[in-house]
Ligand binder design. Structure first.
Ligand code: UTP
Length: 312
């Protein structure tokens, strides 16, 4: 069986939930503290053993290519200044071959993956969404590759979500289960509230056999007016079984605003330099908030007083 050595990162979406920030800047470049989201994803692919990555970009996404370009002047300056840790950080993504292709119109995730078909050729490959970060002991993509290389079936990363959240995801109707691996009866894209076949949601990591391109080729616009990857996965599952794997790790949805804030806070909590300051800041914000709402509750409307209270 061929090894999985290539991966696609679709990053050509419009990022409308982050407008106006994403008018001229790709949402995949929004930083989580000091590192752009897409760099975390590239690093996951490298750790998973991927040798070639193709990033699907679109209009207004030049910053992604510039970010991963070698920065000779910056690197020389860091070297001269003896800032070797920073230099190592800047050079981290140099361990992989990065390629780019343009999706001329954002016609959906399925279409973005299809745009990379010539680069992939007749090999199995990974897909990592450009706005989903996953952390954990074993890189999420590696966990899926291990399943692919054991069973020879395409495999989709899933995790449990709250049952009132299933309408925001692609969801599986699980069949047989072996430990964390499921066969799948059906894949459903964004089921209407209350109709989801399970709470196991597709989470932005996939390993596919190249056969998926045959279905993407035939796909028409589906839910939300876009060419949906989930619809092609459903077809592929009917021809050659597709597995779902409940991966270990924490998944952060950086593509929506609350998820972005939570991700930033979680990463700050893990940072030795930032943790205590952020905790202190949050504690004082909470105190301020409680004081203000207690004051409002008592019918207070004197904002001068409330802001004095805020300073306590
Ligand atoms: P999203 O649907 O989360 O991204 O796609 P979006 O469309 O940019 O976001 P909103 O809804 O307008 O705020 C998940 C990933 O797939 C890529 C996105 O760039 C993102 O990384 N994508 C999406 C494409 O590459 N092409 C598309 O046509 C759609």
């Amino acid at each position: 069986m061929k090894k999985v050595k290539k991966a696609i990162i679709p990053a050509a979406g419009l990022g409308t939930r982050f407008l106006p920030a994403t008018k001229a800047m790709p949402k995949e470049m929004l930083p989580i503290i000091n590192k752009p989201t897409i760099q975390y994803i590239v690093e996951e692919a490298i750790e998973a053993g991927i040798e070639d990555i193709i990033i699907v970009t679109g209009k207004g996404k030049r910053a992604i290519e510039d970010h991963f370009d070698s920065a000779f002047e910056l690197e020389t300056k860091l070297l001269e200044a003896g800032k070797l840790e920073l230099l190592k950080e800047v050079q981290r993504s140099a361990k992989v071959e990065l390629h780019y292709i343009r999706q001329k119109e954002p016609k959906g995730l399925g279409h973005a993956v299809w745009c990379a078909r010539r680069f992939i050729g007749n090999e199995p490959f990974g897909v990592l969404l450009g706005d989903d970060i996953v952390t954990g002991k074993v890189p999420c993509l590696r966990q899926l590759i291990d399943q692919y290389e054991t069973y020879g079936k395409s495999v989709i990363g899933v995790q449990n979500v709250a049952s009132d959240m299933t309408h925001r995801y692609g969801v599986i109707d699980p069949g047989e289960r072996r430990d964390r691996l499921y066969s799948v009866n059906r894949f459903v894209e964004k089921p209407k509230p209350g109709t989801a076949p399970s709470d196991l949601a597709i989470m932005g990591r996939y390993v596919f056999s190249p056969k998926i391109f045959d279905y993407l080729e035939l796909m028409e616009v589906g839910a939300g007016g876009e060419i949906q990857l989930t619809d092609a996965i459903q077809k592929l599952n009917e021809e050659e079984q597709v597995h779902a794997y409940q991966f270990e790790g924490t998944r952060y949805d950086v593509g929506e605003r609350l998820g972005y804030i939570l991700t930033t806070l979680s990463f700050a909590m893990k940072s030795k330099d930032l943790r205590q300051d952020v905790l202190d800041m949050m504690a004082s914000m909470l105190k301020e908030e409680r004081y203000a709402s207690a004051f409002e509750y008592r019918g207070g409307v004197d904002h001068g007083l409330a802001s004095t209270a805020g300073g306590v």
